[in-house]
Write a protein that binds this ligand. Structure first.
Ligand code: GTP
Ligand code: MG
Length: 178
């Protein structure tokens, strides 16, 4: 049986923990602690400080281990540890938050420097009424290399999340063919 490791990253509040919770077939391991920064506390009360871990059994032959990073920059030290043996990267960006979309390219570059991985960008919260207009999001994402696929999802929807993970696996297969 093969075990593949996938990394999920993205800004504070972009939906990483939610993503892992939706996909995992075991109780996910999370490391959420109360938010200490005053300006972030208004957005949400809990934040991931080390990682989230979930497992998805595809079939008898293949199990995926999903690790999500913390969203705050002061926890960046975990990236080189998490990326070891990873086979794909999923970067989340929250379409209700301009800065979260701007951060996508930053995450891409940080991880690309550590290791080149097949990557998928998943824009979250596309179900919310306060989402930015598509043209605004697309404009910010112009900097992203055109070979990186972008999908729009609701991270609270299990099927959406599963399809994103399967899509990331497809990227891997395509890369191997080349
Ligand atoms: N409606 C909706 N809510 C979402 C979506 N994605 C995330 N959320 C909600 O947004 C909030 C923040 O999500 P988290 O999963 O905690 O975000 P995170 O990226 O893990 O945040 P940090 O660990 O603090 O960086 C939670 O209440 C989620 O349920 C989405 O696509 N749609
Ligand atoms: Mg989290």
């Amino acid at each position: 049986m093969a075990v593949f490791k996938i990394i999920v990253t993205g800004s504070f509040n972009s939906g990483k923990t939610e993503f892992i919770k939706q996909i995992s077939d075991i109780n996910p391991i999370t490391t959420d602690k109360p938010v200490t920064e005053k300006e972030l506390k208004d957005i949400k009360t809990m934040t991931t400080v080390a990682m989230d871990f979930g497992r998805l059994t595809i079939d008898k032959e293949l199990v995926l281990h999903l690790y999500a990073t913390p969203g705050q920059e002061r926890f960046n030290f975990i990236y080189p540890i998490l990326i070891q043996n990873a086979i794909a990267l999923i970067i989340l960006g929250d379409v209700t938050d301009k800065n979260s979309i701007k951060d996508i390219i930053k995450y891409y570059r940080s991880f690309d420097k550590l290791k080149k991985l097949p990557t998928v960008i998943a824009l979250t919260k596309t179900d919310l009424p306060n989402r930015l207009p598509d043209y605004e999001v697309d404009k910010i994402l112009e900097e992203v290399p055109s070979y990186i696929p972008i999908v729009r999802i609701n991270a609270t929807d299990k099927e959406n999340v599963k399809n994103t993970v399967l899509f990331a696996l497809e990227q891997l297969e395509e890369d191997q063919v080349v």
